[in-house]
Ligand binder design. Structure first.
Ligand code: AMP
Ligand code: GLY
Length: 425
């Protein structure tokens, strides 16, 4: 079988890498892919934009591609699944209506409230004055969210009234693009975050191993929010008891809420949760896709062939699959970023040491990289590489990841020194 993977991040490199471990997968084509997918065996890049649905469809139909796996939220929110399905292709990823669960925070909040899913108290505003006076009435800290997709940058945790007001103004001024029509003002939750990604065919829901991301740029979870600076799995905070509650109180209710809106949701449903110190949880957000960098720690532990699970979701027979099998042990990934990220950074820096990093138990997934004309791997984004370590336990997995990343060099390389601090202490 030939598969087309849409996207160019570490998540997509991990998806391609995992798919290619199966003898059933002849070839993976990544649109547009990165330096990692360009150099992976039986994998090639196709230089099309992720919103060029017609181009992808033509290529897929002419080249015998039978399955399309969509990584990022943007093409899903634009209806890539609806379009490619209408052309007769099998697509893993929800239809446009389903992707609203990530693409509109206001829509997702309404669904959560109606479905009885525990979530932060929130109010939605269409103009600044009302939003600001609501902030005054609630007090700080408070969370201000732009409504639409903003590449993880549309959430401001405000610790002063002034910060909250500036954020509200910035959102309505269109600084988050199309995410500027609504502002969600939300209660600030405290606790520990966990990402629970589940596969679903619209009927059956099978959670993957829980993972924990590290959102902030700095050690000790300080500084600005990023797309994610590192992750580990399985996150021990999500105990089997908690996972059972998340299944019934979050995932099943969400799928029921989607169904009641006429949406046949198939793909990944990703719940970002905050676990309070007393063990109670609330949903921070839903995503309609695999997490990045969570995927880079979940897939290396997956024993069941990924394409079997994906096909079962697409063909609505997930309930017939045996339980998902996992490798024992743990995985951790550390993100090597360009200096300056999540603000301004340079690109085009030559990267060395990737081969040296990849000892047994270490896999390097590329994110913002590309092959230049001299066939060198160079930096091409903020988050550049994910160095994933696998071990019998967290100590080993984290040590492997850090041993690997020490070999990696490019001008301005930055990474957090404390990925996994919660499980090490
Ligand atoms: P979201 O895009 O909604 O997941 O938000 C991105 C990040 O902002 C989350 O992973 C949290 O770290 C933080 N965040 C979002 N909502 C809240 C909230 N209500 N309270 C505290 N932190 C939040
Ligand atoms: N790691 C956060 C996300 O994928 O949204």
């Amino acid at each position: 079988m030939k598969v087309l993977v849409v996207g160019n991040g570490g998540r997509e490199h991990a998806l391609a890498w995992k798919l290619l471990q199966s003898a059933q997968i002849e070839q993976v084509v990544c649109v547009p892919g990165n330096g990692g997918t360009a150099t992976l065996e039986r994998c090639q890049n196709l230089p099309l934009a992720v919103d060029d649905f017609e181009g992808m469809s033509r290529y897929a139909l002419e080249n015998g591609i039978s399955l399309v796996v969509v990584g990022p939220e943007v093409p899903l929110a634009m209806g890539i699944t609806d379009y490619l399905q209408s052309q007769g292709l099998m697509v893993f990823g929800p239809v446009k209506a389903g992707a609203q669960i990530e693409a509109s925070k206001a829509w997702a909040k309404a669904l959560m409230q109606e479905a009885g899913i525990p979530t932060a108290k929130a109010a939605v505003f269409t103009e600044a004055t009302a939003a600001k006076s609501y902030v005054k009435s609630q007090g700080i800290p408070i969370v201000i969210k732009a409504d639409g997709l903003a590449a993880g940058k549309g959430v401001i945790v405000a610790t002063t009234q002034e910060q909250a007001e500036t954020a509200i103004e910035a959102i309505f001024a269109g600084q988050f693009g199309s995410a500027g029509n609504f502002v969600v003002v939300e209660e600030c939750l405290i606790g520990e975050e966990v990402s629970v990604l589940a596969l679903t065919d619209g009927l059956t829901i099978r959670p993957l191993l829980p993972a924990q991301d590290h959102k902030r740029i700095g050690d000790g979870d300080t500084g600005e929010n990023t797309g994610g600076m590192g992750a580990y799995a399985p996150a021990p905070i999500a105990t089997p008891q908690l996972m059972a509650r998340i299944q019934t109180e979050v995932l099943e209710r969400a799928i029921a809420g989607l169904k009641s809106r006429g949406i046949d949701y198939r793909g990944v449903l990703y719940a970002g949760l905050m676990i309070a110190p007393d063990g109670e949880f609330k949903v921070l957000e839903f995503n309609c896709r695999f997490g990045d960098p969570e995927t880079q720690v979940i897939l290396p532990l997956l024993e069941t062939p990924l394409e079997e699970l994906i096909l079962a979701c697409v063909q609505q027979r997930l309930g017939e699959m045996p339980p998902i099998a996992w490798k024992p042990g743990a995985a951790a990934t550390v993100v090597a970023a360009s200096g300056g990220y999540p603000g301004k950074y340079d690109t085009g820096k030559v990267i060395t040491g990737i081969k040296e990093a990849e000892a047994p138990g270490v896999t390097v997934f590329h994110a913002g990289t590309k092959l230049n004309q001299q066939q060198e791997i160079v930096t091409d984004g903020g988050r550049v590489l994910n160095v994933t370590g696998i071990g019998e336990n967290f100590q080993q997995a984290i040590a492997q990841a850090y041993t690997g990343i020490k070999s990696i060099q490019f001008q301005g390389v930055y990474y957090r020194q404390d990925i996994g601090h919660r499980v090490l202490n």
